[in-house]
Design a protein around this ligand. Structure first.
Ligand code: RP5
Length: 164
């Protein structure tokens, strides 16, 4: 992430990595304030065994693009909400990369989706992880189905309406 102020955003997403038993590390380096650290980290990542990089930054969020320019690994950018434009600036900075330097962007502050996308990428050649991820996703879908019980005072759709 670009700053320690981004920690709360990242913390929410990485819980799923803990749940799935995926090793990860967290780094702070700023594309504008400590650019040499960003480049060093990105250049070293592949040889250190890292398979996917997630870069979170707010304001004029150059971090994901700078990381993507310095590594061949997949980079997922998280635009962080905040500042005078409330994250619109970060969203555009992360998504509008020039051709040839790809950054996969998730929504504002969407660190859970960034982590899940990273898991999908690394699970392509890992059947055990694919299964774990399927089970995790199934649990979430059961929770959504169970939440229908909260419709008790409303004209709820019957269960068969959802069946394929
Ligand atoms: C970005 O600027 C960081 O990623 C952070 O989201 C934002 C504000 O940084 P701080 O001023 O809180 O360090 O580089």
């Amino acid at each position: 992430m670009g700053s320690a102020s981004d920690i709360p955003v990242i913390e929410k997403g990485v819980k799923v990595l803990d749940e799935l038993g995926i090793p990860y590390e967290v780094a702070i380096a700023s594309a504008h304030r400590t650019p040499r650290d960003v480049e060093g980290y990105a250049v070293n990542a592949a040889q250190r065994g890292i398979e996917v990089l997630i870069a979170a930054a707010g304001l004029s969020a150059a971090l994901p693009g700078v990381v993507a320019a310095a590594t061949g690994l997949p980079v997922i950018g998280i635009p962080v909400k905040g500042g005078a434009l409330d994250g619109l600036d970060a969203l555009l900075s992360v998504t509008q990369m020039p051709p040839g330097v790809p950054v996969g962007s998730v929504g504002l502050n969407a660190s859970l989706n960034a982590c899940l996308l990273a898991v999908r990428i690394i699970s392509i050649h890992d059947k055990d992880l694919t299964k774990k991820l399927e089970e995790w996703t199934k649990k979430r879908s059961i929770a959504v189905a169970e939440s229908r019980s909260k419709l008790a005072d409303l004209p709820a759709a019957p269960e068969e309406a959802y069946r394929i």
